[in-house]
Design a protein around this ligand. Structure first.
Ligand code: FAD
Ligand code: SIN
Length: 522
């Protein structure tokens, strides 16, 4: 099949859907998404979305907290833009129908999370993401210009490479003409031609064994953009959330929101002793990189696989009221959080780096925009402040829409693009080649490129990656494409980019901590 649309959106999380809603009055919009429309990292967000709503909070305080968490690598202009536009974006979500919890006085019930000097996180109980995605999908489904193509997998961006031009990192004016997508139901590859394309494919947590991310988070957008020679930045900064539920065998790991620590939950060792005072004066509410490293260290000291989060001193009815899903989930595995400590362990959670964009979501490829977790705007620097991700997605999806709308009438389709050529490929009968390689990849990343790294570990990771890269490229070239092969290939690309970026950073900063270099804070 061949589609032609004005605006192509890859991904139906918060970033993709906001952009789709904004551009829809100006042309046809196709949202391609690889699973059901609501399946995304957005859907699982618990804590909420950070924004400045009332005094005593101010934009300056939120800007300062973001920059402090970012360990000297935030782009201050981008931080100012994101934070000063936060209130407006929240008001828009509310106008579309999102319900955020309020206190008895009618004001929004703002939660506090690690690294925030004020309470500023709007939330819907402990499943804020589901509320946001429900709102956005309802709006998008009712818009006559928006078509959502579910269970279609974007394989490769279309550029002049597909017209026979050799494209390298030095090629000026690389231009995006759309994307090739796999329809897994028919095994066919469709061609989608577009004037403007937004990459909004989210994160890549599945490059690690333990992650809070759902299976869709396989770094496809960053890998596609990287192969198309877009600039990609800051990929060494992988955020490990300090507290996922320690429940061996469960995949993905269930998140225990940071808001629970904001509510008074205290981290304790396996013997039930507080330990965060040894690492930071903000204790359990220090920024995530510090807390995750502290937990990692305590686990190494004790030789155990987890620490505890203690909420037993908190009022049971308030716990159930604010965190009904966490309460129920823990109960389902035999933990009554009002009586038992919760076993927790860090898990890969968020990619601070991604496709480099400017303040309007423009990438280094013409007519290709990126927003949300797959983009690197410069907001997070070396470490993201809690609940700033949904905010970043909303602000820069909106800004990308402004730029796209301004240019759409001056862009033409490239009709010369050929359809996908799958001549000579055969069905790969051996799924074990894919599943086993994925396990090997996740093992390499978890053991050598995790919370604590070293030059030796990174070199070992790169050496081992080279072998599985060659083997997988070979399968990819000879096989009829399947989503699993493409996802594995993308994850291998992502691992390569993370390792190379980590090797190039000759210091410890924010989320990148190397035993070979002393920590840097600015
Ligand atoms: P996503 O919401 O992940 O959407 C990506 C979309 O792209 C999906 O629809 C996916 O199917 C689609 N896609 C991917 N690849 C392809 C492909 N090849 N072809 C077609 N479609 C594709 N952040 C906060 O700010 N506050 C929180 O409280 C919070 N809690 C979180 C809790 C959890 C458990 C997790 C995992 C993350 C949390 N985060 C939170 C982070 C935040 O949810 C994400 O960073 C954010 O939702 C990313 O939005 P997005 O639109 O960029 O991507
Ligand atoms: C959480 O609720 O702890 C996650 C918040 C985030 O990732 O920003």
């Amino acid at each position: 099949m061949r589609y032609k649309v004005d605006f192509l959106v890859i991904g139906s999380g918060i970033a993709g859907l906001i952009y789709a809603l904004k551009v829809a009055p100006y042309g046809t919009v196709l949202v391609v998404t690889k699973d059901d429309a609501q399946e995304s990292n957005t859907r699982y967000a618990q804590g909420g979305i950070a924004a400045v709503m009332y005094p005593p909070d101010t934009y300056e305080k939120h800007i300062r907290d973001t920059i402090t968490a970012g360990a000297g690598l935030c782009d201050e202009k981008i931080v100012r833009t994101a934070i000063t536009e936060s209130t407006e974006r929240i008001e828009e979500l509310i106008s579309w129908g999102a319900n955020f919890d309020k206190t008895a006085s009618g004001k929004y019930d703002l939660a506090k999370e690690g690294g925030h000097s004020e309470s500023r996180v709007l939330h819907h109980k402990d499943n804020s993401g589901q509320e946001i995605i429900r709102t956005l999908i309802a709006q998008a489904q009712h818009h006559p210009n928006i078509q959502i193509l579910e269970r279609h997998f974007a394989v490769n961006l279309i550029t002049q490479h597909h017209l026979g031009v050799i494209v390298t990192k030095k090629t000026p004016d690389v231009t995006c003409y759309g994307v090739y997508v796999l329809n897994p139901a028919t095994n066919s590859i469709d061609t989608i031609l577009a004037k403007c394309t937004l990459m909004a494919t989210g994160g890549s947590g599945n490059v690690y064994v333990t992650t809070t991310n759902p299976p869709i988070a396989t770094g496809d957008g960053v890998a596609m953009a990287y192969r198309a020679k877009a600039k990609v930045e800051n990929m060494e900064f992988i955020q490990f959330h300090p507290t996922s539920l320690y429940n061996p065998g469960e995949y993905p790991s269930y998140l225990i929101t940071e808001a629970l620590r904001g509510f008074g939950g205290i981290l304790k060792t396996i013997e039930g002793k507080e330990f965060m005072q040894k690492y930071d004066e903000r204790k359990s509410l220090a920024p995530r990189d510090i807390v995750a490293r502290a937990i990692d260290n305590e686990m190494k000291l004790s030789g155990e696989d987890h620490v505890f989060l203690d909420c037993r001193h908190l009022k049971k009815n308030e716990l159930i009221n604010h965190f009904p899903n966490i309460f129920a989930k823990c109960l389902s595995v035999g933990i009554d959080i009002s009586k038992d400590m919760i076993p927790v362990v860090p898990a890969a959670h968020f990619s601070c780096g991604g496709i480099k964009t400017d303040e309007f979501g423009r990438t280094s490829i013409h007519y290709l925009y990126a927003a949300g977790e797959c983009a690197c705007t410069g907001l997070h620097g070396a470490n993201r402040l809690a609940s700033n991700s949904l905010l970043e997605s909303a602000v820069f999806a909106h800004r990308a829409s402004i730029d796209s709308i301004a240019r759409i009438n001056d862009i033409s389709f490239c009709d010369d693009i050929p359809d996908w050529n799958s001549e000579g490929t055969v069905l790969n009968e051996e799924m074990v080649l894919i599943t086993q390689t994925l396990k090997e990849l996740q093992f390499i990343m978890t053991n050598y490129v995790g919370i604590v790294r070293s030059d030796l570990r990174l070199k070992r990771a790169l050496d081992r990656l080279e072998l599985i890269f060659r083997e997988t490229e070979d399968i990819y070239e000879k096989s009829i494409l399947t989503q699993k092969i493409c996802e594995l290939r993308n994850l291998i690309n992502i691992a390569y980019i993370i390792i190379k970026a980590a090797m190039n950073r000759k210091e410890s900063r924010g989320l990148h901590f190397s035993l070979n270099y002393p920590p840097t804070s600015s």
